[in-house]
Design a protein around this ligand. Structure first.
Ligand code: ADP
Ligand code: MG
Length: 636
């Protein structure tokens, strides 16, 4: 039977692992005893492809033919603004649903193909070691959306690998620590890689892992520590402020800084010696204390995301039963002590943080496709962004908040805004911001054929349902008539993790601003409603107006409509609404009296038709009541 394998397809490094016949998971080494494959692919001029360390060596001389960090671009479109920001590659086109790199010699490749090369390399390593390999469990970040997951599966297909399952990286780490056998618990997985930071809160309930919340920073990782340290070495080279440092010098400093950083994970003092390509040499003593002071501000940025993830999960640090460290950068001692501080407990670190994800994936592969096959391990996912509907005034009403575990369904009832409205326009949006214009539009559909009713009478139930694959369907039903409509929406298609993060960050930064905007919109909608209802009343019941009353009301209406059109302060509009309200209250009172009297009389007539027995009595009684009411109103 071919051996199932587990693969950690990382942004910086990738690796493959399997479960030995004795039951332990181990990572597979190459002939040089290396376990980690740098996630770098070089396309040679002669058409050959080099993966890993060999590819890295080409990055300096052939930057455009050497693709690193392709994972960041998985599932992204070429026109995605993030695409250009994330990679300094030569792109084959500015358009299209998939990024394409021009790697020279007329060759154009997508991030899917680049990832496929890495997967092929890992597969070949496994074949060298095991003889024959079976299907694979491949890990992805917990926040990967449909498009990114699909792209990962496509890469596996290209590499000739059968995928048993895509597994969330933090869940894989938890499996490696054997936490599944605990049955219940809450765990935080802190993953600091080369260029990304991910924090995940996992809940284990009856042996089933559920991702409670995810967060992080896609622009934060061990590379930032290298840059900070390289900056210190640069001080010795006397470049004028702001002057361009040649790129080969910068690279030499960066790789020197990385070596020093790694050494400082084991020893307290390093005497750095970095030879530069121009023959100069940087020599400097760096102590761990120097380094800690230098990088502390960078490390502290991870705490913000950790606290936010806890908040999103509705938990405090005291609820956390265990913290797991993932990613090479968590070897740095100050990272470990900071994590202990944030969560109030020492993190689990007995398994190599570089390997823990792949080892967990291998165990999962073994359970799904190996000798010890089991299929009762369920792993749930969460919504990366809130899903909602546009309501009056362009306000986004959230129906399923972000980080809700899927599958899930929720319904909300809406009503009509205008009299005799016979259709509803439904606009499904995704995002954290208050206003629709700042969210992502997912779908629009119309519910038609509703019989004319007074505003507010129709009852429209809108139901959002997200299935286990993350597919959203929205259905709407007018409850009086039973009229029904349904659409399927792909919630995150083409929406990238970075976009998601940018949107979250945006919502966070604009929090106060957004609320003010939302209130302004609501007041504007309110103003329009008040104005149109008074306009209607003036037309319908002119006879009830007193001398000069209409002119006074109209003047207040003008003041309100001016404020609604011009003011950016919701309080101004609110005070004009109040003013108009006050001024028109006597008129409204008279109208109300009239309509109540009308209603009572109307009921009397209705009652006569029904109550043939004592018709006269009923009518008299109601008429008396109507008079009594009118009298009371006059008295008060
Ligand atoms: P990714 O998941 O993004 O592929 P990794 O988990 O491989 O990333 O982490 C890579 C990062 O870990 C790099 O910044 C690397 O410098 C850092 N790293 C590796 N070993 C050590 C060490 N001994 N001490 C400190 N940092 C380390
Ligand atoms: Mg990783």
């Amino acid at each position: 039977m071919p051996t199932p394998i587990g693969i950690d397809l990382g942004t910086t490094h990738s690796l493959v692992a399997w479960v030995t016949p004795t039951g332990g998971a181990v990572a597979i080494q190459n002939c040089d005893s290396e376990v980690l494959v740098p996630s770098v692919v070089h396309y040679r001029e002669d058409g050959g492809v080099v993966v890993g360390t060999g590819a890295m060596a080409q990055a300096l001389d052939h930057p455009e033919a050497t693709i690193a960090s392709a994972k960041r671009l998985m599932g992204r479109g070429a026109d995605d603004p993030e695409t250009k920001r994330l990679g300094s590659y030569r792109y084959a086109s500015d358009e299209g649903p998939v990024v394409k790199f021009d790697v020279g010699g007329g060759k154009v490749v997508t991030p899917i193909e680049v990832s496929a090369e890495i997967l092929r390399e890992l597969k070949n390593r496994a074949i060298d070691d095991l003889g024959d390999v079976g299907a694979a469990v491949i890990t992805v970040p917990a926040y990967f959306d449909d498009a990114q997951r699909q792209a990962t599966k496509d890469a596996a297909k290209l590499a000739g690998l059968d995928v048993l399952r895509l597994l969330n990286e933090p869940t894989a780490a938890a499996l490696a620590y054997g936490l599944a056998s605990k049955e219940n618990g809450v765990f935080a997985v802190y993953d600091l890689g080369g260029g990304t930071f991910d924090i995940t809160i996992l809940v284990l309930d009856d042996g089933v892992f559920q991702v409670k919340s995810t967060g992080g920073d896609s622009q934060l990782g061990g590379d930032d520590l290298d840059r900070a340290l390289a900056g210190v070495f640069l001080e010795d080279l006397a470049y004028a402020d702001g002057s361009e440092v040649p790129s080969n010098i910068a690279r030499a400093l960066l790789s020197g800084a990385r070596r020093v950083k790694h050494a400082l994970s084991d020893v307290e003092v390093v005497d750095a010696e970095i030879e530069l390509p121009d023959g100069r040499k940087v020599e400097r003593r760096i102590t761990r204390a120097d380094f800690d002071a230098l990088v502390a501000p960078i490390i502290k940025r991870t705490g913000v995301a950790c606290r936010r993830a806890l908040r999103d999960a509705g938990l405090s640090k005291d609820d956390i039963d265990g913290v797991i460290l993932v990613g090479g950068a968590t070897r740095t001692p100050i990272v470990r002590s900071y994590v202990a501080e944030v969560f109030g407990k020492e993190a689990l670190a007995s398994i190599d943080p570089d390997q823990v994800v792949a080892l967990g994936a291998a165990q999962q592969a073994d359970l799904l496709g190996g000798e010890s096959r089991r299929d009762d391990v369920l792993l749930l996912d969460v919504l990366p962004l809130s899903l909602g509907l546009e309501t009056m005034g362009g306000v986004a009403e959230k129906i399923l908040p972000r980080n809700t575990a899927i599958p899930v369904a929720a319904a909300q009832v809406f009503t009509t805004y205008a009299d005799d409205q016979t259709g509803f326009d439904l606009h499904v949006v995704q995002g954290e911001r208050e206003l629709v214009e700042d969210c992502r539009s997912l779908a629009r559909f119309t519910l038609k054929g509703i019989p004319p009713m007074a505003a507010g009478l129709a009852r429209l139930e809108v139901r959002f349902e997200v299935n286990a694959d993350g597919m959203l369907s929205v259905s709407a039903q007018e409850q009086r008539t039973g009229i029904h409509q349904e659409v399927e929406v792909k919630p995150s298609y083409g929406l990238t993790d970075d976009q998601i993060e940018a949107m979250l960050l945006d919502a966070y930064e604009h929090g106060g601003d957004d609320v003010a905007k939302r209130m302004l919109r609501e007041q504007q909608v309110d103003a329009a409603r008040v104005l149109s209802s008074i306009e209607g009343a003036l037309g319908a019941d002119a006879a009830l107006l007193e001398e000069g009353e209409e002119a006074r009301i109209r003047e207040a209406m003008k003041r309100l409509s001016d404020a609604a059109a011009e003011s950016t302060d919701h309080r101004v509009i609110a005070s004009r609404i109040e003013e108009l309200d006050e001024l028109s209250t006597p008129f409204a009172g008279r109208r109300m009296d009239r309509s109540i009297l009308d209603a009572l009389r109307g009921r009397a007539i209705g009652a006569i038709e029904d109550e043939t027995k004592d018709a006269k009595g009923v009518e008299t009684h109601l008429a008396e009541e109507a008079e009594k009411y009118a009298q009371e109103r006059q008295d008060s």
